[in-house]
Design a protein around this ligand. Structure first.
Ligand SMILES: [Zn+2]
Ligand SMILES: [Zn+2]
Length: 223
């Protein structure tokens, strides 16, 4: 029974990691005052250069999650629900970025213990996580294990949530400029369009044309 509860807690933590990751990827804006600098900008950088954050230590990658984890513990304690499940959930959640980072490191960098845990699928493998970094980069959001993503992607949960958000709030998911379209990234395409229009003296038009073309390009990629 305890083993089953541990597994369920692990899967719930994995789902929550995917939920936050999806929110960051789909709706985070780098111009937002706090989350833009702390969450969205590193997130965008990670999609352009996935191995960049592997040079960071645990504190750099996990301090924000640690703050959120302490908040969860405090709320659970105040409401009388501070069970070992909550402790385990918080421990996993606080280390979500670290586990994500291990999925971007080689076996030599990770060492035998982490590599073994990845081999028995207790931790997400680099091969599994690589699917999130494969264009159009709109699946495999969960970063702890390899068990939850196949279920969520099969039932198209993220697509369904985005459809609901569009129908209720008329907000589309953010354009991912790291997605490659016809051999070039969207950011590269936008730069090229701006440069081309600039040469014919239409800089102001270029600034308004590029985002629209990006939207079309991403829309064409979506299944
Ligand atoms: Zn992502
Ligand atoms: Zn990643």
């Amino acid at each position: 029974m305890v083993v089953l509860e541990v597994i369920i807690t692990l899967l719930v933590a994995d789902f929550i990691s995917g939920l936050f990751h999806w929110l960051e990827d789909a709706y985070g804006r780098e111009e937002w005052p706090i989350t833009g600098r702390l969450v969205t900008q590193p997130n965008i950088l990670h999609h352009h250069n996935p191995r960049y954050f592997t040079r960071h230590g645990w504190c750099h990658s996990s301090w924000l999650l640690l703050c959120l984890g302490l908040l969860v513990l405090l709320c659970a304690w105040l409401s009388g629900f501070l069970t070992w499940h909550v402790w385990l959930f918080v421990a996993l959640g606080v280390n979500a970025n670290q586990i994500h980072k291990w999925a971007h490191r080689s076996p030599v960098e990770n060492g035998p213990i982490i590599t073994f845990l990845q081999c028995i699928w207790l931790l997400q493998t680099p091969r599994h996580h690589a699917q999130h970094h494969t264009d159009p980069k709109n699946s495999h959001y969960c970063v702890l294990t390899g068990f939850v993503n196949p279920i969520l992607d099969t039932i198209r949960l993220w697509d369904a949530l985005e459809a609901v958000i569009w129908s209720v709030f008329h907000v589309r998911r953010r354009t991912d400029n790291s997605v490659v379209v016809a051999g070039e990234t969207l950011s590269g395409r936008a730069t090229l369009e701006r440069a081309q229009l600039k040469t014919v003296g239409a800089e102001s038009a270029a600034l308004s044309v590029s985002p629209t073309s990006n939207e079309r390009s991403v829309g064409a990629l979506r299944p």
